[in-house]
Write a protein that binds this ligand. Structure first.
Ligand code: MOS
Length: 743
């Protein structure tokens, strides 16, 4: 009996049972004796100074161990690394650390920490602090900041230019027969993973152990080492289960180091958990933004120019904009392009990655504008996109490492039933509801990390195996799919392979960001497991007692834990037991392509949505969604489909629900709870249909995995907005589309 390859099987999540039965322990659930609890206090003003902190009442409470403010918090050893790149991650963060002086840059900025022997006592004492402020006027909204905008040299931590041009945009737009121009607004979004961010810090002498909810344990290690000025070798970071992240745990925000500082101050382990409200001001957010798109095209629908400008607030310390022009410069064959970021300094923390950071917002604007252009030209929206199909990367001119966008349009359209669509808006009605359909294209860059990715594999003498890598499991299914990758490379049944992860003591893996996790980790795991299989085969053919003795290693195949050449066979377990070996182990690594890769690397997809709109009540209901995606090798169709569905539904949330607004007078968020900040729930979720378009890719990584973490969200909101237009004849160039927009 031989088993089928594990890769490609729709296996259940290995962490499903522990999660639903409660045996999976998250970072804030690690029992440590003598634990103390930290409660963070955020500034209630958005700009100004802390004049005084009266902590006498707080300090008089039973169980209070410390009150830390700018007056007594130790100074950091060095500034937070904008790019914590010491082989851990290449993700740009923010350079501000709180309580180093009395200045307040934004509402919610940490101004005090109370540590007590119980959480309740810390929380109670925190509310007894009397903090006096000197308040100065704040700038938090587009209206307040737009006259002070500048074009930064670089954004995104210095990774991307503030302005991108090709061809001659003025000439391109001048030669157009038809132009479409519009301003698209996108409300600020906040991450709301079920698990809030948390850090538990425990010192043993000079050595620090952190249990941190993070997308990258090595990123936490590097960041905290630098802030505290301690050697990397003295910090171990553990993060087994993370309850969702979506970019909020990609950067290492300041609470992680604050927990370590507090623990050192009180001489006890300290647990620091952000409240739901603090999640809105402590881990970054997707910035409010206004995008201006101009498209020029010939009468037969060929794009002659794309201009994409974006205005958004950044913090007082970093030039951050999510890269909303990233995909608009690359998805269509258009000779003339101009993309510009304009930023203004605002009283906000530095925004950060949020799922499909820039792609979700940018493709909302571009794909709605493309729909307007199709309408102007009297062309089917898919036909317009096919007439501008990019057979090679329009940015570099290089061929795509793999593509599949044409098949995504075609197969998505077929599944959705796009063919019989009457393009006229506002003519389909069912009772009180106007019905419409819309589509959008999707693209997401494939961005391998800069540093080598490592893993280790071990086969035990009982015929079981473990593969190890530092990466946390933050809900993506990585523990499940990496066991599948290891099983095939080792030639073992998947139920005898376990993935062990989430610890800096394990081989280094970069922070899993930018949909790169599955590609980079599978490459490292494949490398380690292949090395171990080859090692075991070499041992068998060299072992005089093995039936395989003397065989040519290239003739030996491994399957189900048994090595076979012709009629001779030997199992891993027999080989190890016979030789008194408790186990065998090998390491592997994968070095991502560096420098100028002569390929364009993008993941493509197409999104379709049907909506019903009640024009009297202003209600929009999404009735069904179809997404077709070409993410390269699909390691596990079940977990991959879940990721893509989640992305599509988040697009629904962005289209219709998710918004935060700064109150211009106070400089504070209007919404800071899940009662006020609306996210899509099951009752909002329609039938979601996901189609995989198979493409092989031999460039991006050894297995050709392009990733599914974010592409599902790109274009989803545009498809819904375009469907609203088809239903009603009204263009709402705004995310989210709310009741008042449709009345
Ligand atoms: Mo993801 S938003 O790149 O952490």
């Amino acid at each position: 009996m031989t088993t089928a390859p594990a890769i490609g099987q729709a296996l259940h999540r290995v962490d499903g049972r522990p999660k639903v039965t409660g045996s999976a322990h998250y970072s804030a659930e690690i029992p440590i004796p003598d634990m103390a609890y930290a409660y963070v206090v955020g500034s209630r003003i958005a700009a100004g100074r802390v004049i005084a902190v009266d902590a006498s009442a707080a300090q008089a409470e039973d169980g209070v161990l410390a009150v830390l403010t700018h007056q007594n918090l130790p100074k950091i050893a060095s500034q937070p690394p904008l790019v914590p790149s010491l082989a851990g991650t290449a993700a740009p963060g923010q350079t501000f650390f709180p309580m180093q002086d009395d200045i307040v840059h934004y509402a919610g900025q940490q101004v005090a920490i109370v540590v007590a022997d119980t959480y309740e006592r810390a929380q109670h004492a925190a509310h007894l602090l009397r903090i006096s402020y000197e308040e100065t006027p704040s700038v938090t909204t587009l209206e307040q900041g737009r006259d002070h905008a500048y074009v930064p040299d670089t954004i995104f931590g210095g990774f991307l230019p503030g302005r991108v041009e090709r061809g001659d945009i003025e000439a391109g737009l001048a030669e157009a027969d038809v132009r479409v121009e519009g301003t698209f607004t996108y409300a600020a979004n906040n991450h709301n993973p079920i698990e809030p961010s948390s850090t538990t810090a425990q010192w043993e002498g000079d050595e620090l152990v952190l249990h941190d909810a993070t997308q990258g344990v090595n990123a936490t290690q590097i960041t905290v080492a630098r802030l505290l000025g301690i050697p990397l070798s003295n910090i171990r970071v553990i993060s087994h289960y993370v309850g969702g992240s979506f970019g909020s745990k990609a950067m290492i925000h300041n609470h992680s180091a604050l927990a370590a500082m507090a623990a050192r101050e009180v001489g006890r382990p300290v647990k620091l958990v952000l409240t739901r409200e603090q999640m809105f001001t402590s881990v970054g957010h997707r910035e409010e933004q206004e995008q201006h798109i101009t498209l020029g095209a010939t009468r037969d629908g060929r794009l002659t120019g794309i201009r994409h400008h974006k205005l958004s607030p950044t913090s007082h310390f970093d030039h951050w904009a999510e890269p909303s022009i990233g995909v608009s410069q690359e998805i269509y064959a258009c000779p003339n392009y101009e993309g510009v970021y304009r930023l203004f300094r605002a009283n906000t923390m530095t925004p950060t990655f949020m799922r499909a950071p820039g792609e979700a917002s940018g493709m909302f604007a571009l794909e709605c504008a493309m729909d307007e252009l199709a309408h102007e030209l009297g062309l089917d929206p898919i036909e317009l996109r096919l007439r501008n199909y990019a057979d090679a990367s329009p940015v570099s001119g290089n061929p795509w490492s793999s593509n599949g966008l044409r098949e995504c349009y075609q197969r998505g359209a077929a599944r959705f039933g796009w063919q019989d669509r009457d393009p006229r808006p506002g003519i389909r009605r069912e009772g009180n509801w106007l019905i419409g359909t819309g589509m959008a294209g999707a693209g997401y860059p494939v961005t391998p990390p800069a540093n080598p990715q490592r893993a280790r594999a071990r086969v035990y003498a009982d015929g079981t195996a473990v593969v190890q890598a530092a990466t946390p499991e933050f809900g993506t299914g990585v523990a499940t799919v990496m066991a599948q990758v290891a099983a095939d490379a080792l030639g073992m049944p998947v139920d005898r392979c376990r993935f062990e992860n989430g610890d800096t003591d394990l081989p280094n893996i970069a922070a899993a960001v930018g949909s790169a996790g599955a590609g980079m980790i599978s490459a490292a795991v494949h490398s380690a497991a292949t090395a171990l299989r080859n090692q075991l085969i070499a041992r068998a053919v060299a072992d005089g007692a093995s039936p395989l003795h003397g065989a040519d290693p290239v003739d030996v195949v491994a399957r189900d834990g048994v090595m076979t050449a012709g009629t001779a066979s030997d199992s891993y377990a027999d080989l190890l037991q016979r030789n008194f070996q408790p186990d065998a182990e090998a390491s592997g690594s994968w070095s991502p392509p560096t420098g100028d890769v002569p390929y364009g690397m993008m993941t493509f997809g197409a999104q379709f949505a049907e909506v019903a709109v009640d024009p009297e009540l202003g209600l929009v209901r999404v009735r069904r969604m179809t997404g077709a995606f070409a993410p390269g090798l699909v390691l596990n169709p079940k977990t991959a489909r879940s990721q893509l569905m989640g992305g599509m539904l988040w697009g629904l949330g962005q289209a219709l629900l998710e918004a935060n607004h700064m109150q211009p007078r106070t400089g504070r968020w209007a919404n800071s709870s899940l009662g006020e900040y609306l996210v899509a729930v099951n009752a909002d979720a329609p039938d979601v249909d996901v189609e995989f378009v198979e493409v092989e890719d031999s460039v991006v990584n050894p297995l050709g995995v392009k990733g599914v973490g974010e592409i599902g969200q790109v274009g989803s909101s545009a498809a819904i907005a375009n469907a609203v237009h088809h239903a009603t004849g009204r263009r709402i160039r705004k995310m989210p589309i709310t009741v008042e927009d449709l009345l």
